[in-house]
Design a protein around this ligand. Sequence first.
Ligand SMILES: Cc1cc2nc3c(=O)[nH]c(=O)nc-3n(C[C@H](O)[C@H](O)[C@H](O)COP(=O)(O)OP(=O)(O)OC[C@H]3O[C@@H](n4cnc5c(N)ncnc54)[C@H](O)[C@@H]3O)c2cc1C
Length: 261
Amino acid sequence: MIKEFLKPSNVKEALKMKKEMNDSFYLGGGTKLNNSGENYSADILISLENLNLKGIVKMGEKVKIGSGESLQDLLDSSDVPQFLKDSISGESNRNIRNASTLGGQIAAAKSYSTTLAGLMAMDAEIETADEGILNINDYVKNDMNDLILNVFIPQVKSKMYRNDQRVTANSRPEITAAVSIGKSGDSVSKAIIVLGGLEKHPIRLISIEKKLLDGSLTNADAVQDAVQDEILKNTEKMEKGTYLNYISGVMVADCVGRCMR
Ligand SMILES: Cc1cc2nc3c(=O)[nH]c(=O)nc-3n(C[C@H](O)[C@H](O)[C@H](O)COP(=O)(O)OP(=O)(O)OC[C@H]3O[C@@H](n4cnc5c(N)ncnc54)[C@H](O)[C@@H]3O)c2cc1C
């Protein structure tokens, strides 16, 4: 039950409150924190409303997005790269997107988050109040909860493709794949493969990325087999594991193939 609701007027005050109050949580749009289904034990909320964490600004080759921007505002902005919009449009419905913030989406780090998988594939950076600029993958992988101020989206020169597998059109994804492939002539110069749905957070398939870079995966079947082998340790423990293992391999191979063409 929420016992205290704090409204800092600047970032410094918010950090001080977080440090002094054990078990406090920053409050973005509240779609996770206020969701009873989450079984969340948040006693003290620190509202980010007055911190001015808004704005979508083009800065040379990057786009800087304030962490307080709602997902729907990002979908409606002409400055947000299309791949990020495609990723966001996989999230729930308009009501939830109106409330949930980009910072909340990253910090909640849901494994099935299509936005997060997209941001990771775009190699986005985040600015936190405590640690400065970090790669988004490090924030997610290390389960961090530092206050996110801004998100920087680089201009991606690679080809990108994403997909997800759902039981019904309206249910949340069981598996989310987002892939980015840069090519130099016929060879792969950059590869990022993100898969959500297997662990607590979306993961990068680093060993598959390396194999794409060294040219040892030469066709779709080889990519599919390599992905299925790589994730076997995850899927063999899961309910529907055989199916999730197969569908993940197929989806990643399809995304890679489309990026290569
Ligand atoms: C009906 C429904 C459907 C949903 N569907 C989806 C879905 O399809 N995909 C999905 O990924 N999620 C979904 N969610 C979960 C939720 O909407 C997301 O996790 C959401 O993006 C959280 O954003 P928020 O701003 O509402 O975060 P909040 O609920 O305010 O906070 C979530 C977490 O992030 C932290 N936080 C918030 N802002 C910041 C910040 N700036 N810096 C650091 N930490 C911060 C909070 O302390 C908390 O731990 C759904 C929720 C509901 C109720």
